[in-house]
Design a protein around this ligand. Sequence first.
Ligand code: OGA
Ligand code: MN
Length: 295
Amino acid sequence: MNPGQGLSLKPLHPLFAAEVFGLNLKQALDADTIRAIDAAMDEYAVLVFRNQPLTEAEQVACARQFGPLDAGLRKATGAATRFKHEELIDIGNLALDGAVADRENARLIGVLANQLWHADSTFQDVPVKYSMLSAVVVPAEGGQTQWADLRAAWDGLPEQTRGLLAGRTGRHSAFHSRIALGDDRYSEEQLRRFPPVERALVHVHPGSSRKVLYPSVHIDRVSGMTVPEGRLLVAELLEHATQPQFVYTHTWQAGDYVMWDNRSTLHRGKRYDLAARRDLRRTTTLERSVARASA
Ligand code: OGA
Ligand code: MN
């Protein structure tokens, strides 16, 4: 099937990212539409759906159509949630009572690490696939989200650097980026719940068969290198992969629903005034169900 066949699409960037028209995500999607969205994801990696105000239950139901859902870092932190649905991951800056959180609020401080370039949950053994973010309230200024196309980043990588990466893995650690920011209040027990995971620095994207450069702020060391050498390499690869020509910036409107492939993109949030309300809710699918993964 052609990418996104049957979908009405408008590309948003020369390399990737498209807006999808004509669907109502409150309703169940038929199998052909799901297939068309999967095909469009393989091609565009980021899909934007505008005017999709979803309730908690609708957002969870919509996401489930694309695979089993992940619970995010709450598996380790066990933090309370303001949502009725456990599957929703809180990306906003609100406290449990729904008011804008204080700057010292532990969950808000944790969420600040989303302003560093990453793919979601690469630090857990069961790989994740899509993330889907629903904007309920957005600040008037700032708080955009950016995505970088890691297939294009690989295509643009100098030959000499490609050679250096062959066969190497990065060690993805759940709390590394948070600790690097100075958010280090995690217990040994929490750290133990997410043992680091080795992932290739270059992989082939299963849906598009394209090669992907895969750096991240979650990587704390690179195989066959000293820690500083590995961290410098990751910093260099991130700088390369996030050059403006590889980046799509999304300016949120309330009701936007954005879906991305964590296997072929990086993303980060942009700074915003933490006193301004930002209510964004995420769901993330696993590549396969956990039951099968551990069998
Ligand atoms: C996320 C994320 C960035 C943002 O939802 O996974 O990293 O702009 N979001 O909030
Ligand atoms: Mn994220």
